[in-house]
Ligand binder design. Structure first.
Ligand code: BT5
Length: 315
C-alpha cells in the first residue's frame, strides 16, 4: 500500500476545512494544511478538476460551488476530522479500508459509488449499485477489545440519525436499519486487537440511498429513493460519518441511543446463532451489544446471530 495516500488526503481535508470557515489566502491555506505553497496550488487545481468552483477574492480563496458527491465534496463542510478516499468503483470499501488500516491509517473513510464485491456478515453478498452510500470508516478508538460489538450498534444508530427525519428509521438487532420493517441499511464491523486493546476498527456501512429496491436482493428491501425520492448523498454520507465518529468516541452513549431507536425490543424474535435457534421475547440489550431473550426455558444472553422479528408480544 502507498502509505502517503492518507497523508495526502488529510492535507486536502485540512485545506477544505479551512475553506469551509471562510476566505483564505494561499499562505493561510499552507499554514492550515501543512502543505507548501506550490502543493496548495496543486491541491486547488485538483479540486477544480474535481468540480469545485474556487474563486480568488481580495480576502483570499472562496469555494462557490461544491460537486454533488466525491471525496472532496464529502470533506467540504464535514464536522469530523476524517479524510475521504473516494472511488467510483471498488470491490469492497471494507476490504480497501482493511488495507489502509493495516498500513497504519486512521480517521479515513473509504467511499465508493459502486461496489462489485460488497460483503455482508458471514461473507454474504451485499448488493451495491451506483447511487448508494457505501462507506467504511477506519478508526482507532482507545478501548478494550471486548468493546468490539458495540461499534456495530453505533453504525446502525449513526445511520438512523443520519437519514432524513421524515423517514422513521428503526434498528433490528444488531445491525439492520429498517423502514416499516424493510431493510434500508446494514453495518459490517471489523476489528484488530493488540494485547487486549483495539488496534483499529472498521465500521462498514451500506445505505440504499438513490437506488431502485427492485435491483436489490433479500427480504423486501427498501431505499431512500423509494421512500422519499432522490436524496443528497453528500449530506447523508457526511452525517453518517459524523455520527459514527462521535459515537465511537463516546461508547457509553451508544446503548441508550440504540434502545430509543430499537425495533427489536419487546418483540417476539427468532435468533439463529452458529450453534442453535432461540425463540422468545427480546427484552433488553446489554453492553457491549448482547440481546437478552426471555424464552420458556429462561433468560438467554445472545452475543451474535441473525434475528428475525416474529409477531409483537401481546400486552
Ligand atoms: C449486512 O449484512 O447487513 C452488512 C452490510 C454491510 C455493507 C457495507 S457497504 C460498505 C461496506 N463494504 C462492504 O463490503 N460491506 C460494507 P447481513 O446482515 O449479513 O445482510 C446481508 C443480506 O442482506 C444478504 O444476504 C441479502 O439477503 C441482503 N442484501 C444484500 N444487499 C442488500 C441491499 N443493498 N439492501 C438490502 N438487503 C440486501
Amino acid at each position: 500500500m502507498d502509505s502517503s495516500v492518507p497523508d495526502r488526503l488529510q492535507s486536502r481535508r485540512r485545506l477544505l476545512e479551512r475553506l469551509t470557515v471562510g476566505p483564505a489566502t494561499s499562505t493561510e491555506l499552507a499554514e492550515g494544511s501543512g502543505l507548501s505553497q506550490s502543493a496548495v496550488d496543486e491541491q486547488l487545481d485538483a479540486l477544480e478538476r474535481a468540480g469545485f468552483g474556487i474563486r480568488e477574492t481580495a480576502r483570499g480563496y472562496v469555494v462557490d460551488a461544491c460537486p454533488e458527491y466525491g471525496g472532496g465534496a464529502i470533506e467540504y463542510g464535514l464536522s469530523a476530522p476524517v479524510a475521504v478516499a473516494y472511488h467510483n468503483q471498488l470491490g469492497s470499501t471494507n476490504a480497501r479500508a482493511r488495507e489502509l488500516a493495516t498500513g497504519g491509517a486512521r480517521d479515513v473513510a473509504v467511499v465508493a459509488d459502486e461496489q462489485t464485491g460488497g460483503r455482508g456478515r458471514r461473507d454474504r453478498e451485499w448488493t451495491s449499485p451506483q447511487g448508494g452510500v457505501w462507506l467504511s470508516l477506519v478508526l482507532g478508538p482507545a478501548a478494550p477489545a471486548r468493546y468490539a460489538p458495540i461499534y456495530t450498534l453505533a453504525g446502525a444508530v449513526a445511520v438512523a440519525r443520519a437519514v432524513p427525519a421524515v423517514v422513521d428509521a428503526r434498528i433490528k438487532w444488531p445491525n439492520d436499519v429498517l423502514v416499516d420493517g424493510r431493510k434500508l441499511a446494514g453495518v459490517l464491523t471489523e476489528t484488530a486487537t493488540t494485547g487486549g486493546e483495539l488496534d483499529w476498527l472498521i465500521v462498514g456501512i451500506g445505505i440504499n440511498a438513490n437506488v431502485d429496491p427492485t435491483d436489490l436482493p433479500g427480504d423486501d428491501p427498501t431505499s431512500l429513493q423509494a421512500e422519499l425520492g432522490t436524496v443528497d448523498r453528500r449530506r447523508l454520507a457526511q452525517a453518517t460519518i459524523e455520527h459514527t465518529y462521535e459515537l465511537a468516541d463516546t461508547p457509553e452513549e451508544i446503548l441508550p441511543a440504540w434502545r430509543t431507536l430499537a425495533d427489536t425490543l419487546g418483540r417476539r424474535v427468532r435468533i439463529e446463532t452458529d450453534a442453535e435457534t432461540i425463540v422468545g421475547e427480546a427484552v433488553e440489550v446489554t453492553f457491549p451489544g448482547s440481546l437478552i431473550v426471555e424464552t420458556p426455558d429462561g433468560r438467554r444472553t445472545v452475543a451474535a446471530g441473525d434475528c428475525e422479528h416474529l409477531r409483537s408480544v401481546p400486552e
